[in-house]
Write a new protein. Structure first.
Length: 226
């Protein structure tokens, strides 16, 4: 069972990363293409598998600590990945008439806030074992409620004052009986998203949180390793 899980995990993570590299660098990336047609895709996939195998084969490597650290890193990165997924689900140029409804955004914001809160608790309890988790949970929950309420009020205010964008409103007016035939335009034709000041501040805060969390995780891993 562990062997099957490790093989599936290794294939899923490395392939997803290789696909991401192909998207970022504009290179061919697909298992339907041969190695000569998608050199970057297969090269990145092979290098990541070899690097993982090399770490496992290091004599005396603390595999348990490495596994625990990777799981903690996944917990730290999960909220940020969910935030970008939420932004994608609200991009009308990408999803057209299938973007999130306001009530669905509210539910998603609550879920993302809970993930961030749990990630902060994990980071704090890992770095400071003597911290009172119950008190920390209560305090962060209060902060989360106030933040979500303020964000909701700001979003409602911004939506009423936002100017109409040509093309985007046309997408929103697609009749329901024709929505199933809607397709996303080619990537080359998509416009760069325009971020509001509030979204820019939120992204800066998210980047700062990720930077601090990852650095603290590295420090803790090194301490445990010694």
């Amino acid at each position: 069972m562990l062997l099957n899980a490790s093989l599936i995990g290794a294939a899923a993570v490395t392939l997803a990363t290789s696909y991401a590299f192909g998207d970022v660098f504009g290179a061919s990336h697909s298992l339907n293409r041969g190695p000569l047609d998608a050199k970057l895709f297969y090269a990145s996939f092979t290098l990541m598998v070899m690097a993982a195998a090399g770490i496992v084969l290091i004599p005396g490597a603390p595999l348990g600590l490495i596994t625990t650290s990777v799981q903690a890193l996944a917990g730290v990165l999960l909220p940020s990945a969910t935030v970008f997924l939420l932004l994608l689900c609200n991009d009308r140029e990408v999803l057209g008439p299938w973007v999130n409804a306001p009530w669905l955004n509210a539910v998603a914001a609550l879920i993302v806030g809970a993930l961030v809160e749990l990630s902060l608790i994990l980071m704090a309890s890992t770095m400071f074992p003597t911290v009172n988790v119950t008190h920390l949970f209560i305090e962060l929950t209060i902060v989360l409620i106030v933040t979500l309420a303020a964000a909701g009020i700001y979003a409602l205010y911004a939506s009423r004052r936002a100017p109409a964008r040509e093309g985007i409103d046309a997408v929103a007016e697609i009749p329901k009986d024709k929505r199933h035939t809607w397709t996303m335009p080619p990537l080359a034709l998509l416009e760069r998203p325009v971020w509001s000041p509030g979204r820019k501040v939120g992204m800066l805060l998210l980047r700062g949180y990720l930077l601090v969390a990852v650095l603290l995780l590295i420090v803790k891993t090194v301490q445990l390793g010694h």
